[in-house]
Ligand binder design. Structure first.
Ligand code: FAD
Length: 510
């Protein structure tokens, strides 16, 4: 054996079946499905996992009632069906939510809403979620925070999702099945050499370069899908992606019950008001075309005014800027179907397969929803089947049967899991246990280990965040900065002070 200093500097690049650019829900979902089927997978993400569009969603796993107006029946049916599939895969991250839709004279007629909700209840194979019902807002608690409107509302089912944790759970599961996941690693170029792609990446923290070869390449770069095609792959994609911005505001909670509202606006759009993180209400979203760098998108004064105004049309107590604790905005990387306005552009996913005889293929992903990411992953792999090893093809469909990390408990068992955590770790109060159950599912006890007192969790960073959790997130979930922890792996950023965040960051950088 050669002494260390005499070892050859350059080793042959690692070869994988599938290389993926982009660590959002679509890239990580494909990585998980592919790795579970037995393919070798390499995924690079230029920032933190889930730091792109997948962290800026309205956080719903939903059929998309509004898409029925645009005759998107395929998408709505698939999305409705996915709700219960995803609930079973990760009941801590995807939880049922009832939506109250007040009927408003002069907007969509009641018969149209009834028809839409009838379809919603019946086309998606609903088994767990309760059906639609009609409410009298004069007597139901859902009417209490609203301006009097003449009385009627519809209440229907969808789900909420912890979008960023769903991405990370998929990345974790992909790794558990052997995938290589590289956050903070930018794809800088990819070249086709006959039946292989040669992909060059750079670690954005250390500057280290890596070269891998792959039988197929998947461009799941979300809003950057066109940028990756044009500047990293040298392929002229034309104008296929339509960037549509959506902003949200988070305010101190404006109502006490656990249902969400879906409000119709005079401009034909809809705005959600969703109970969020126990003490807050999430209000969104807008729909505006944008150009420029998707990384620099933020909620503007106009976005904030629009959302405050839309919600105040319905809530008896007006929402103004003084209520706001957080704002965020993201960019939908929609497929450009030529629709005239942003709200009617298709939300369905579209693939572009670039294949030439005797050459390695490239699959680019446009559009999609968090809700349909698992089906998108299955379809992506089906498209690439001819280029992948025969051995693994028979294992398609694996992603609907296997639970995600932490999700191995009954679909309606979250409250029981929380009770068990309090019984196993009596130092947890109800709020702390609820947060851990919702964040980690059954993995909460792995994170807590053998602790018998809160002091055994180590340094206290505030808002129930302790050293044990930070260490777990750094070693098991790729966290490197305070923002990774307080915005993407938890939402404790809503509760921690600037000084507490600075202390956490300093400790993590030690
Ligand atoms: P992203 O999450 O953006 O991931 C792409 C990743 O690629 C990024 O992290 C980026 O850093 C990385 N990348 C780019 N270039 C490179 C490179 N050169 N090298 C390495 N990495 C690179 N869907 C729902 O189902 N429910 C909702 O409630 C919902 N609400 C939404 C609300 C808004 C305002 C928006 C904007 C979207 C919403 N969506 C919703 C849609 C959903 O969020 C997106 O469809 C989904 O997150 C897109 O995921 P993605 O993986 O394609 O993109």
């Amino acid at each position: 054996m050669l002494p260390a200093e005499e070892k050859p500097q350059s080793k042959a690049p690692q070869h994988v079946d599938i290389a993926i650019i982009g660590g959002g829900i679509n890239g990580c979902g494909i990585a998980r499905d592919a790795a579970a089927r037995g393919y070798s997978v390499y995924l690079c993400e230029m920032n933190d996992l889930a730091s792109g569009t997948s962290s800026w969603s309205t956080k719903l796993v939903h059929g998309g009632l509004r898409y029925l107006e645009y005759y998107e029946f395929r998408l709505v049916r698939e999305a409705l069906t996915e709700r219960e599939v995803l609930m079973r895969m990760a009941p801590h991250l995807i939880r049922p939510l009832r939506f109250v839709l007040p009927h408003h004279k002069g907007l969509r007629p009641a018969w149209l809403l009834r028809l839409g909700l009838f379809l919603y209840d019946h086309i998606g194979g609903r088994m767990l979620l309760p059906p639609t019902r009609t409410l009298n807002l004069a007597s139901d608690a859902a009417g209490a925070p609203l301006k009097p409107n003449g009385g009627t509302a519809f209440e229907y089912s969808d789900c909420r999702v912890d979008d960023t944790r769903l991405v990370i759970a998929n990345a974790r599961d992909a790794t558990d099945h052997g995938a290589v996941i590289r956050p903070r690693t930018r794809a800088v170029s990819a070249k086709r050499i006959d039946t292989q792609w040669r992909v060059q990446t750079v670690n954005t923290s250390t500057g280290a370069e890596e070269i891998i070869t792959a039988s197929v390449l998947i461009n799941a770069a979300g809003p950057w899908v066109g940028d990756v095609l044009a500047t990293k792959l040298g392929i002229n994609a034309g104008a296929k992606v339509r960037l549509v911005k959506g902003a949200h505001i988070v305010v101190r909670k404006v109502f006490d019950h656990d249902r969400a509202y879906i409000f119709q606006n005079g401009d034909g759009r809809i705005v959600f008001a969703i109970p969020y993180e126990d003490d807050f209400t999430l209000i969104g979203t807008t729909d505006t075309d944008m150009d420029g760098d998707p990384a620099n998108v933020a909620a503007t004064d106009a976005d904030i005014d629009y959302l405050c105004h839309a919600a105040s049309e319905y809530f008896a107590k007006p929402i103004d800027r003084s209520n706001i604790v957080w704002t965020f905005a993201g960019v939908r990387p929609l497929y450009d179907d030529g629709a005239s306005d942003a709200k009617s552009a298709t939300r369905d996913y579209v693939f572009e397969l670039d294949e030439k005889p005797g050459q390695a293929p490239l699959l680019s992903v446009f559009g999609g929803k968090i809700t349909t990411y698992r089906r998108l992953a299955e379809s992506a792999l089906a498209k690439l089947g001819d280029y992948l090893p025969e051995l693994s093809r028979g294992r398609a469909g694996i992603s609907s049967k296997a639970v995600l990390p932490g999700g191995d408990f009954a679909v309606d068992g979250l409250a029981a899991l929380q009770t068990k955590l309090v019984s196993d770790y009596p130092f947890l109060d109800a709020g702390f246990a609820r947060r851990l159950a919702r964040t980690y599912g059954t993995q909460a006890s792995v994170m807590l280990g053998n602790a018998r007192a809160v002091s055994e969790l180590g340094l206290d960073f505030g808002a129930t965040l302790h050293e044990a959790e930070v260490r777990y997130l750094m070693t098991q979930e790729w966290a490197m900065t305070a923002d990774d922890i307080i915005w993407r792996r938890t939402k404790l950023g809503l509760r921690l002070s600037a000084a507490q965040v600075a202390k956490l960051n300093a400790w993590m950088q030690q």
